[in-house]
Design a protein around this ligand. Structure first.
Ligand code: KG4
Ligand code: ZN
Length: 336
């Protein structure tokens, strides 16, 4: 009987489960997005998120089994996100994973969410291998990390305040867009003039790999206070294009700085913001021109999903480096 991995992601506002084969084929990757539940509050409300995960995790896991056309006995192990993330939501995923693992008599492994985002690129690039430089850009994180063989990480630089996704979301909110605003800013930007407003780029041309986006937020706030709502509305595509340019140009500039500094030949990008078309095109241009390899996840694996969590566990298992502490063993015989 062929065996598979079940990947569970519940660190923020997506309840996601996936069935993935040991050779990284994704058989099913359903998720429930809680966006509508958080929309009216303009951001994720942790308590609401935890309750929604509790409600949806079982139906989403069942959906994964149905879509993959396998039964739970065909699962060899479970991988779940153990952090970083919101405490309540993480607890729901971990409890579900451990409960199911004990019931099925299989192990459950806690996986770092950021490692999951990097593993997402491996789903589309199965031959990808460390060492490589990574850029993780999500709603909660923005960091450049050198990944060495055997999952050894060294931090090159990270944001001192807001994350890139957070900058998209918060600036988008100031412009009247719904949460999460990243993909809407990007859609509007497609028809806009990127030079319409010159928003600030923190640490521009400075010799380090750190980021800062809080000043950009203040600048967009000032812009909305000094221009009429009608003007903002009429020029929303140009303002969004200028905002996207301010964020993306810094991400690209610092990635180039880090590629030169580390002399890495490969850049791996992960996290929700890696779905951004402008970022993808700009990085591709630079890497092509400089004969560097660029590995990005397919669009469906950029934002939070269960497949990336399973993939991270599979990559670790291949090197015998699964986290043993999270392995669940039944402490008493369980009634079936
Ligand atoms: O990785 P993710 O799903 O969740 C976290 O781990 O945070 O990332 C979500 C973030 C949000 O801030 C969202 O606005 C952003 O990714 N995002 C985008 C795009 N799609 C999602 N930002 C810019 N352009 C996009 N196309
Ligand atoms: Zn994420």
């Amino acid at each position: 009987m062929k065996k598979y991995w079940l990947g569970i992601e519940s660190s923020c506002d997506e309840t996601a489960c996936a069935i993935v084969s040991p050779d990284l084929m994704v058989l099913a990757n359903p998720l429930y997005s809680q966006i509508k539940e958080h929309n009216k509050f303009g951001g994720v409300v942790p308590e609401i998120a935890a309750r929604a995960h509790l409600e949806k995790i079982n139906p989403i896991a069942q959906k994964a089994f149905e879509q993959a056309q396998i039964n739970p006995e065909q699962i060899q192990a479970i991988a779940y996100t153990c952090g970083p993330g919101l405490m309540g939501p993480l607890l729901v995923g971990a409890s579900f994973a451990k409960g199911l693992a004990v019931d099925l008599g299989i192990p459950a492994y806690g996986i770092n969410h950021l490692e999951g985002h990097l593993a997402a690129a491996h789903l589309s690039h199965p031959d990808l291998d460390a060492p490589y430089l990574s850029l993780t850009v999500s709603g909660g994180h923005t960091e450049l990390v050198m990944v060495e063989p055997q999952f050894k990480y060294s931090l090159i630089g990270r944001t001192r305040d807001d994350a890139a996704g957070e900058a998209f979301d918060k600036c988008g909110k100031l412009l009247g867009l719904d949460y999460p605003a990243g993909s809407q800013v990007s859609k509007l930007a497609a028809t806009g003039n990127r030079k319409f407003v010159r928003f600030p780029r923190a640490f521009h041309k400075q010799d380090h790999g750190e980021f800062s986006f809080s000043g950009l937020k203040t600048s967009v706030l000032r812009y909305t206070q000094t221009h009429s709502p009608e003007f903002i509305q009429e020029n929303l595509n140009h303002i969004c294009a200028s905002l996207e340019e301010a964020i993306v140009s810094v991400l690209v500039e610092k990635s180039i700085w880090a590629l030169k500094k580390t002399k890495a030949h490969t850049l791996v990008v992960g996290g929700g913001v890696s779905a951004n078309g402008h970022l993808r095109t700009q990085l591709q241009k630079y890497c092509d021109k400089n004969q560097l390899r660029l590995a990005m996840p397919a669009l469906e694996f950029c934002t939070d999903n269960g497949a990336m969590i399973a993939a991270a566990a599979i990559l670790r298992q291949r090197q015998n480096l699964l986290p043993t502490l999270s392995k669940v063993s039944a402490w008493m015989p369980l009634a079936k």
